[in-house]
Design a protein around this ligand. Structure first.
Ligand code: BGC
Length: 514
């Protein structure tokens, strides 16, 4: 489905289709879901490093942080209630994804899920912006979390189902790109609002999440539903009409028939959750759990949540910390563009390897730099300028490595490997595992930094080594393979083929070479 032509599926079939404006616009609007997620990821770290916010809600952390000499640098921000502010959102996201979003997405469509997500976001952002006490802060974060559960469930599926297979990788990256843009906007907003006289700028930072939420609400009212979802809901005629518009050609019969066949097969499945536990879905189940786990254990959210706090810990002033967070946020966005270009050219595995190695090297160098300066006691005179620049530079290279590998691929790969009959359930496992480990990192990082000190970066580097081995032996390459043909990649995989018997290809019984 090239820009103006057709692409042959790996089994020799040709589905005609173009990259229509409809697809592109729909994807941009849908990707707003990613923007909100990113904004919420990025906003809390900056806010928790603002003195006025700390003083009002977390006075003990504020005191500890001011008492420069008596406290070990590594432990300045170590407070469980402070991290609960950041992490509560992710627990809520986990629950909404597990118990509500999957059902709504499957039964009522991707669009409605996005709409519900947007509405919850608005409510959460409003309560946070107006917060008078910690309870309001946390309730607001929980509502945002519910919204994220819905958005992250529906948006990646929506993008994968709308995109022609040749562009699926690149379009799916819109989601990741919008996450990174959301983080960057949050960093910039924090930087500006921190300077507002009177110290109430954090209210604007937290309340600002309302803007992308409104976009998502309005957008989801006008977006077309995906053909897959319409077929799932029994609206075949509408689904075909939509497919014709999306692909921009006169004849979509073949692709349509395959989608209907896939949906028929999936309807026979009464219990998608129980189904997922069947032996033949073991590869998908393992990927649904391990990929998001690995994505989080790269330690990326240490930077995304706590960059300003981390930079303050190692001696930067408040404004320098927020500036550095803006720099890492910018690198994150730019590197994601590299990924968009590279993902369908070099394939998923090549990016996983390159990005992983880059991250390991940087994590070790950052550990050495921080270790040399602060040792284990956490004492340091003023950090020299050269040192500070070197640390920020290596953190940026690390972020770039993540942004063109595990960042986008940590969502993309799963969205393409789940067959329709388990897609919604498996996607909600992915979102939940992601949220669970995001929560763990958010909650434990400041405590781990206090205990493990610079060794924390080596800890994360170790896991990146493990994940490279995992990708090498267990992950098949999925570049350019239509979703409907994906079952075949497991059949021809050295390890996974033993789990997949010959009649498992519910969606389309045919041969293809991955
Ligand atoms: C991850 C987030 C992370 C972000 C950074 C996403 O793919 O899921 O946890 O903060 O990338 O860009």
């Amino acid at each position: 489905m090239a820009g103006g032509g057709a692409v042959s599926s790996s089994n020799g079939k040709v589905y005609p289709g173009k990259l229509t404006t409809r697809v592109v616009v729909a994807c941009i609007v849908a990707a707003m879901g990613g923007m909100i997620f990113g904004y919420d990821l990025g906003v809390s770290g900056g806010v928790t490093s603002m003195d006025s916010f700390l003083e009002q809600f977390f006075p003990s952390v504020y005191q500890k942080q001011k008492a420069d000499d008596s406290t070990n640098q590594y432990c300045k921000f170590d407070s469980q209630i402070l991290t609960t502010f950041t992490s509560s959102l992710y627990v809520a996201a986990l629950f909404s994804s597990l118990f509500a979003a999957s059902w709504v997405t499957r039964r009522l469509g991707r669009k409605l899920s996005m709409l519900v997500g947007g509405a919850l976001f608005c409510a959460g952002a409003l309560i946070n912006g107006l917060a008078q006490n910690i309870a309001m802060l946390i309730v607001g974060r929980i509502l945002l979390g519910f919204g994220i559960g819905f958005g992250n469930q529906a948006v990646p599926l929506y993008l994968s189902e709308m995109a022609p297979s040749k562009y699926r990788g690149a379009l799916n990256f819109c989601f990741q790109l919008s996450i990174t843009l959301g983080i960057l906007i949050a960093n910039l907003v924090n930087y500006w609002f921190a300077q507002i006289e009177g110290g109430w700028g954090w209210r604007l930072s937290l309340g600002g999440a309302i803007v992308p939420a409104l976009f998502m609400i309005v957008g989801s009212l006008f977006l077309p539903e995906t053909p897959n979802s319409l077929i799932e809901m029994g609206k075949q005629d509408q689904a075909k009409a939509e497919l014709l518009k999306i692909r921009g050609v006169d004849n979509v019969d073949e692709e349509f028939e395959d989608l209907v066949a896939a949906s028929e097969a999936s309807k026979k499945v009464e219990h998608p959750w129980r189904n997922l536990l069947q032996r033949k879905y073991r590869p998908q189940l393992v990927m649904a759990i391990l990929i998001p786990f690995f994505q989080q254990i790269t330690g990326i959210n240490v930077i995304m949540f706590y960059a300003p706090v981390l930079f303050r810990t190692i001696g930067f002033g408040s404004s320098a910390s927020l500036t550095s967070a803006v720099i890492t946020g910018l690198v994150n966005v730019i590197a994601t563009f590299v990924a968009i270009y590279a993902v369908d050219k070099f394939g998923r595995k090549a990016l996983f390897y390159e990005g992983g190695i880059q991250m390991i090297i940087c994590q070790i160098i950052v550990a050495i730099l921080i270790g040399k300066e602060f040792g284990t006691s956490g004492d340091s005179d003023n950090l020299s300028k050269g040192y500070a620049i070197a640390i920020v530079a290596f953190i940026c290279i690390y972020v770039a490595g993540f942004a063109w590998s595990w960042g986008p691929l940590g969502w993309l790969v799963q969205s393409e490997i789940f067959p329709l009959e388990i897609r919604s359930a498996a996607q909600s496992i992915t979102v939940s595992v992601n949220m669970f480990f995001t929560f763990v990192i958010a909650q434990l990082f400041l405590m781990m930094l206090c205990r493990m000190k610079f060794g924390l970066f080596v800890f994360f580097a170790f896991f990146v080594v493990v994940m490279i081995v995992f990708v090498h032996y267990l992950l098949p390459e999925t570049k350019g393979i239509p979703i409907e043909d994906m079952a075949m990649v497991w059949k021809s995989h050295a390890f996974w083929k033993r789990f997949v018997d010959d009649d498992v290809d519910n969606e389309k019984p045919k041969k293809c070479s991955p």
